[in-house]
Ligand binder design. Structure first.
Ligand code: SF4
Ligand code: SF4
Length: 452
């Protein structure tokens, strides 16, 4: 299947042959089933990768129609791609589901209520200004005693499962949640190694702005100048995940344009513009790496896209930064040492481990921190249930997955949970004991270097 197929809204009859070609290597062995998050919580073949592949073939053969029941079984898929990693036959289920999703958006396949809710989320989440306007209305409520009381009494449940899920994910909002205060040019500290661009992520900049602050500080301290277009929008990951390809394409083009204009207007023409475009949210990184396909080869960044961990791992931490890394403090304020190291557990976000093949890079960067040990979960490949807007549109299954994941994470006994994707971070925070810190690896590196 060519990458272009991911950007079209073709009818099933036009894509069938291609589905068949991609699905053909499937030998129905079922090795993918234990890793599949939807199969894990629903336990039905129709909600497994093998079942969905079989369904698509049956549609192709005219045995069944793409109707609301079939759609509901595709909607339970989280798009986590664990099945791709698990498949010994190399079936690219990621390409199958990405090509199928636009078809599920046809009228009449979902309930009007479901369509309305999805449309509302897609009109809100990828647009930071709109999202901020809505968040202003709940600013006083977030993190307040009223919120604790409302949650304690279960009042939010009265508004329905979707609103309950949205409220449960709402973090405490700070003033930084409402404004991007970074300069366009953030100079490197010490000897300059080069210049990179940074995509802030629309949900990340509103719901956990300190992640971008820490990322910029770590990059600067490692000798990288960081360029941040002020008017940058969303990368389109949320729309991409929902198969809304026209919206994704528009958002991708706008983001690329914001970087080219800022480079043209602010940087000397004779200098190399950017070494790389970076991002500290793996859901965004996965979509940004597919921009060429998404824009149908019309546009792409002038520099390669990297997850920030991937980039720093490849380039290496600078020796001056390395020297600044100090042991972290335990929760009781005592410094970690060789007799009493601090333990962390790193959560592998699906779009990082399965989508981009990145798992050792964040761990190896973290291991540079003195007296830090990394614990491992039992099931690193299983999705936490966040998956774009999945935890809002499929709240029941997502909550079950959230509980499975947090049990696995806390079972390690680690003092800090690390997550490099904002969606996963919010999902884990929702289901975890409030006393446990859930942070981004960049925040921990920045803290160890005394930058944050
Ligand atoms: S997708 Fe791969 S792992 Fe799953 S049943 Fe088919 S061949 Fe087996
Ligand atoms: S993408 Fe994830 S949820 Fe969907 S079929 Fe594959 S493993 Fe299951």
């Amino acid at each position: 299947m060519s990458s272009n197929d991911l950007t079209t809204n073709k009818r099933p009859s036009e894509t069938n042959q291609k589905w068949n070609a991609v699905a053909d290597p499937c030998v129905h062995c079922g090795f993918c089933l234990p890793t599949c998050a939807s199969y894990r919580v629903l336990g039905t073949e129709m909600d497994s990768p093998r079942g969905r592949i079989h369904t698509l073939k049956a549609i192709e053969n005219g045995e069944i129609k793409l109707d609301s029941t079939v759609t509901s079984h595709f909607d339970t898929c989280l798009g986590c791609f664990a099945c791709v990693t698990a498949c010994p036959s190399g079936v690219r289920y990621d390409q199958i589901i990405e090509a199928a999703r636009p078809l599920l958006n046809q009228p009449g396949l979902r309930t009007p209520c479901d369509n309305f809710f999805r449309a509302l989320l897609l009109k809100l989440l990828p647009y930071p200004q709109r999202l901020r306007a809505v968040l202003q209305t709940v600013r006083a409520y977030s993190g307040s005693t009223i919120q604790d009381v409302a949650r304690g009494l279960g009042i939010i449940r009265l508004f329905g499962p979707q609103i309950e899920a949205m409220e449960a994910l709402l973090p405490t909002l700070s003033k930084e949640s409402f404004k991007d205060s970074f300069p366009i040019i953030n100079r490197a500290h010490g000897e300059t190694r080069g210049r990179v661009g940074l995509v802030l992520g629309c949900v990340q900049r509103c719901f956990d702005p300190s992640v971008n602050q820490a990322t910029i500080a770590v990059l600067q301290a490692n000798g990288w100048e960081v360029i941040i277009p002020k008017n940058q929008g969303c990368c389109g990951a949320v729309a991409h995940h929902q198969g809304q390809m026209e919206q994704t394409k528009l958002l991708a083009k706008e983001l690329i344009k914001s970087f080219s204009s800022v480079i043209r207007e602010n940087l000397p023409a004779e200098e190399k513009p950017l070494e790389a475009v970076l991002v500290a949210a793996s859901g965004c990184g996965h979509t940004m790496k597919a921009f060429k396909a998404i824009t149908e080869n019309e546009e792409s960044f002038d520099a390669p896209v990297f997850d920030v961990h991937e980039f720093l791992f490849q380039k290496g931490l600078s020796s001056s930064f390395h020297k600044t890394l100090k042991p972290l403090l335990h929760k009781d304020g005592t410094p970690s040492n060789s007799h009493n190291p601090i333990s962390v557990v790193y959560h592998d976000a699906c779009h990082m481990i399965h989508g981009q093949g990145i798992s050792k890079e964040p761990r190896q960067l973290l291991q540079k921190i003195p007296h830090l040990i990394i614990k491992e979960v039992q099931e690193p490949g299983v999705c936490c249930g966040s998956a774009g807007i999945y935890n809002l549109v499929q709240p029941k299954e997502a909550a079950e997955l959230g509980q499975i994941k947090t049990k696995d994470l806390t079972g390690t006994g680690a003092e800090i949970i690390l997550s490099a994707n904002i969606g996963c971070t919010l999902q884990i925070r929702r289901h975890i004991n409030k006393n446990l810190l859930v942070a981004h690896p960049m925040q921990i590196l920045a803290q160890s270097a005394g930058l944050h």
